[in-house]
Design a protein around this ligand. Sequence first.
Ligand code: SF4
Length: 263
Amino acid sequence: MNLEKGGTKAVVETASTEISELQRLSASLAGRAPHEILARAVERFPRITFATGFGVEGCALIDVIARHNLRIHLFTLDTGLLFPETMSLWRRLEERYKVTIRAVRSERSVSEQATQFGDRLWERAPDLCCGMRKVAPLKNELAHFDAWVSAIRRDQTGERSSASVVEWDAKFALVKVSPLASWSSADVWSYVRSNDVPFNPLHERGYPSIGCMPCTSPVFPGEDPRAGRWRGLERKECGIHTRFERPQLPSSRKERPGNVRVG
Ligand code: SF4
């Protein structure tokens, strides 16, 4: 970033230039294969990470990253409330692809949260629970990077329908890369089946979208794939992929050496 001119006007101009660059980059990558998008992202943003929640899209991307030997740091938000099947998939992916998927956790354990805020906070205040167990730890982790990879697809929710392949994520103040933005669920499953990618067995038991145990239930035929997330509530997002709050410049990042795939 060139901030040498100083002053608010210069900062705004520089921000516009950066956003334009991202828009050009995104346009140039639209329609390209995920590995091509990721390879270009690594080249442009060497300090890049992938936050996976072990959905089937995330498993496909881990396969792409490993298959093409892309230097992308991997982590997951371990809320302490994941399904045993998800924990087991985590280990299977690490073994299969010889990678480390780092655990990023809340500063409070689930029992500490219960002591401070009461039992089963997710039933009374899911925004607060997600804020502490997901959004805050994610924000802290992303502060070490210049770009992050997301496994979102545009057709998943209305909130995600305008996602670009590359865009500025003002919520977390870094670049967001979504290589599967234009893929359908069928595209993902076709990739996973044809490449024998490990996936969560819960997907075959009525759980198309899987999050924390207390907030995920099976989906019935004809329901929206995310109907089982926070069932009975309007919310279908935990706050991570809600759209951008306000444009701002990338701030100087905290140092985290080893922005590489581990293993
Ligand atoms: Fe808490 Fe549910 Fe959010 Fe998990 S998904 S962090 S349990 S509110």
